[in-house]
Design a binder for this molecule. Structure first.
Ligand code: COA
Length: 157
């Protein structure tokens, strides 16, 4: 049976829903470059911040370092007052690492600002060495929350 436009849209829709968009940022004057558009450095910092927290929750470890970031393709930009959202999707659980992909969208223009196909985080032990995490799948709960961060954690219902 041949694929219809509807099938293609359904597949895209499913793919879209697998990516979690948690963080939204409002582009402020201090986030602009000399061209008056969103400064790439600000955006990369926001992505790293979001992704490292995601990795902490997924790997149950607060000692997480960024190991590898693949090619970054800046496809469109944003201007002051735009709102962007950062999407992450875990793509591979290794022995000590977690690989994810990232997509950033401009909510106002509905354009994709950038995509990164591979960001690798490694969980470390107390000696700074890669630590086996034992996980193979994404958790949607806070059941792996690192013990060291758990004090004061309140249940959000
Ligand atoms: C993270 C670090 C301890 C890893 O050391 P290492 O000797 O590369 O350790 P390993 O070879 O055991 O690799 C650890 C994991 O990283 C993965 N990895 C290593 N090099 C990689 C690369 N170039 N691309 C993708 N993944 C890579 C390995 O596959 C392994 O994953 P797995 O255990 O899930 O299979 C070390 O490279 C380091 O401290 N780097 C600096 C991190 C940092 O400062 N980041 C920036 C600030 S957060």
């Amino acid at each position: 049976m041949s694929e219809t436009a509807g099938d293609h849209e359904d597949a895209q829709d499913q793919e879209f829903h697998r990516m979690n968009f948690h963080t939204r940022k409002w582009v402020r004057p201090e986030d602009l470059n000399a061209n008056g558009t969103l400064f790439g450095g600000s955006l990369l910092r926001w992505i790293d911040d979001e992704a490292v927290v995601y990795a902490m929750i997924q790997l149950g470890n607060q000692r997480i370092v960024t190991k590898y970031i693949s090619e970054i393709n800046f496809r469109a930009s944003a201007v002051q007052g735009d709102i962007i959202e950062i999407g992450l999707q875990a793509t591979h659980f290794g022995r000590t690492s977690l690989t994810m992909r990232c997509e950033v969208r401009n909510i106002i223009t509905e354009q994709i600002i950038l995509s990164i196909s591979k960001i690798v985080f490694v969980g470390l032990d107390e000696h700074g060495m890669p630590k086996e995490h034992g996980y193979k799948e994404v958790t949607f709960e806070r059941d792996r929350f690192p013990e060291g961060l758990r004090r004061g954690l309140r249940r959000i219902t």
